[in-house]
Design a protein. Structure first.
Length: 106
């Protein structure tokens, strides 16, 4: 199978335009978690016309009561028909899951 070239934009969910067919753009519904993370970083253009929400879950980090660590980050697209698409972009963030945040040490 021929490798599709790396897309430069994410198009609306079910787009079937020529660019999506040749792989220049990718329809939102087929976008990978990695591609959604790239869009958040501005490396892929957003042609979707869809509003996105980002949901981050933090947990207290046991040994240090004032610290917490990032558990997961999800990106949710609210489609116009009332359905949603969700991607877990946690592995593609610069902040690693399990990284501990807390008050600065002196
Ligand atoms: Zn398209």
């Amino acid at each position: 199978m021929d490798e599709k070239k790396r897309p430069i934009a994410i198009d609306p969910p079910d787009c079937g335009c020529t660019e999506c067919i040749v792989g220049e753009y990718v329809p939102l519904r087929e976008a990978s978690e990695d591609q959604i993370a790239q869009m958040l970083r501005g490396e892929l253009r957003d042609h979707t016309s869809v509003p996105f929400r980002v949901s981050a879950r933090w947990e207290l980090y046991d040994p240090h009561p004032d610290s917490q660590h990032l558990v997961s980050v999800q990106v949710i697209a609210d489609l116009w028909n009332g359905t949603t698409l969700t991607w877990d972009v946690t592995p593609y963030l610069d902040v690693l899951p399990g990284q501990v945040f807390g008050p600065p040490r002196d």
